[in-house]
Design a protein around this ligand. Sequence first.
Ligand code: GDP
Length: 295
Amino acid sequence: MFDALKDRFEKIFGTLRGKGRLSEEDVNLALREVRRALLEADVHYKVVKDLTDRIRERATGQDVLASITPAQQVLTIVFEELVAVMGSEPKPLTISPKPPTVYLMAGLQGSGKTTSTVKIASRLKGSHKPLVVACDLQRPAAVEQLRVLAEKAGVAFYGPQAGQTDPVQVARGSLKYAEDHLADLILLDTAGRLQIDEALMEELVRIKEAVPPQEVLLVVDAMTGQEAVTVAESFHAKLGLTGVVLTKLDGDARGGAALAIGAATGAPVKLAGMGEKIEDLEVFDARRMGQRILG
Ligand code: GDP
């Protein structure tokens, strides 16, 4: 595990054997490698700085100084700090004590929002009766896409009624529909844009006010790398995120975005999208992510 980084550490610390302690310079050299590894994995530079500061503090402490395996020791510190930023315990989706539970799904277009909405509904259909709701009225194809996916997954669907053009009306209508059809979990799929814009944010805020959600979940494409921080910060400022779904982790992205989002918003990554199929959704595992980031 972490072979590349470990090799680099061994090179730095190898000459130390017998010396019995690390100098500040040794630690700085090691931290330069850590910084490089994190930036290569798309971790945001601000997060990298905070992390390396903390690692430096611990790495110059007693334990490491006395250690006969400093490379391993520093590596362990790096790993523990990475996991701590992402939250070491899995963070399950919460259910409202008073049904229906509403999840507001937000994110940029193409992030995997619609797919993740149906994935979550499908995952919870054993314990709940979910209803997915098409509140993306910007793209005509979006409503149909959700309807088709919902049908495939065997979950109930609600979309705009004749003449409805305001997603807030649709969201409100879904409450009544859910009540009539005994659905206790409502997932609102909302419009995304290619970039964050005011109109999108205002629309989301209005939906949130009309139908107060239990969870506001931001769907983020792991491939977006450093930009994910800016996206997450803007959504968080307007909506107060309760969690993140990090998608496309089946791809090549190292997933540094996971670290950056946690650090920037405090909203935990709750779920990981691992493919295009409806069942390709996993509970986010910070330790596995840490291993992936360190390579
Ligand atoms: P939206 O515009 O945010 O609603 O995005 P969609 O749900 O339409 O997804 C955009 C594309 O990403 C689609 O082709 C999805 O199949 C794909 N996609 C979504 N989640 C994942 C994932 O976890 N892994 C992979 N490989 N593809 C995904």
